[in-house]
Design a protein around this ligand. Structure first.
Ligand SMILES: [Zn+2]
Length: 291
């Protein structure tokens, strides 16, 4: 069974590229971190698949963050992935969410923020309104407007053999503009026929053969996708020393320690008074007096 893998492929004769991502563990890890209602689990899965499909286009070291923000019961859904396909994600919600809630019911008035953060070079941020019936349509609009590239996405989540799966496909015209619109439409129609069960269970070569057996498809080396949270005790320490020392001292006086909680993976990093002093000493704040 195909799982936690990203495949890229190419229709050389038609100037169209494609991607296929199939996730189970990485998805299960993200949705199990909190008690998310079913429609929100689905939205997290769709955003996770989208992020993975987008990071596949990264030609440099860095990360992509997709954030849905809104004024509905769900205020934030965020997925972060990097060029090594390490992914993490979290959502914030309040109140009841109906079993049949769609993206608009959950997010209310909102937008999608796409942040591309290269390790070297400048950060790019794109913001798009939630126009469309689904996350796939919203992203298709983003590609059409910002990159002027005809793109289609299929995002699916569901249970297969008692396990939660998230999977998806993307096809996009090559930026060189040599592709014909009718070829793209033909591939759209073929991809549209993909069934959830095929997406959740078939290996890439078999799935692509079922969909496109009349076409010449070049399939590249698959890339594994895994859940990974980049948080650490060191990073938490670095965050603490950016907070005003008086504020830190107040918390220490009250509770005796400083704790930082990572929403992505559930880890809590706790620093006692002596450790906090050490952090500030290392950071060279010059003021090492606690009280
Ligand atoms: Zn973490």
């Amino acid at each position: 069974m195909a799982s936690n893998v990203l495949n890229r492929y190419l229709f050389e004769d038609l100037s169209v590229r494609g991607e296929l991502v199939q996730l189970d563990e990485a998805y299960q890890r993200i949705i199990s971190s909190k008690d998310y209602p079913a429609p929100l689990q689905k939205l997290l899965g769709e955003l996770l698949v989208s992020t993975t499909l987008l990071t596949a286009t990264l030609k440099f070291e860095g990360s992509i963050t997709l954030q849905l923000q809104g004024d509905g019961p769900v205020s934030l859904v965020v997925i972060n992935g990097d060029n090594e396909q390490k992914v993490r994600g979290v959502a914030r919600y309040e109140g009841d969410i109906a079993d049949d809630a769609n993206i608009h019911d959950m997010m209310g008035k909102g937008y999608l923020v796409i942040t591309i953060d290269p390790k070297k070079g400048e950060r790019y941020q794109g913001i798009v309104g939630l126009e469309g019936d689904s996350l796939a349509e919203i992203l298709e609009g983003y590609f059409a407007n910002s990159e002027q590239l005809k793109t289609r996405l299929w995002l699916r989540t569901g249970d297969q053999d008692g396990k939660a799966h998230a999977a998806g496909m993307l096809i996009q015209v090559m930026p060189d503009g040599t592709g014909k619109p009718e070829d793209f439409e033909h591939l759209e129609q073929l991809t549209e026929t993909v069934k959830d069960e095929e997406l959740f269970t078939l290996e890439a070569n078999e799935l692509l053969y079922r969909l496109y057996n009349q076409e010449q498809v070049r399939l590249f080396e698959p890339q594994p996708v895994e859940f990974h949270c980049g948080c650490s005790r060191d990073r938490s320490g670095s965050a603490i020393v950016t907070i005003d020392r008086t504020e830190i001292n107040d918390i220490l006086a009250e509770v005796g320690s400083i704790s930082l909680h990572c929403d992505y993976c559930g880890t809590t990093y706790t620093f006692d008074e002596a450790q906090v002093s050490e952090l500030f000493r290392e950071a060279g704040s010059g003021n090492n007096t606690l009280h």
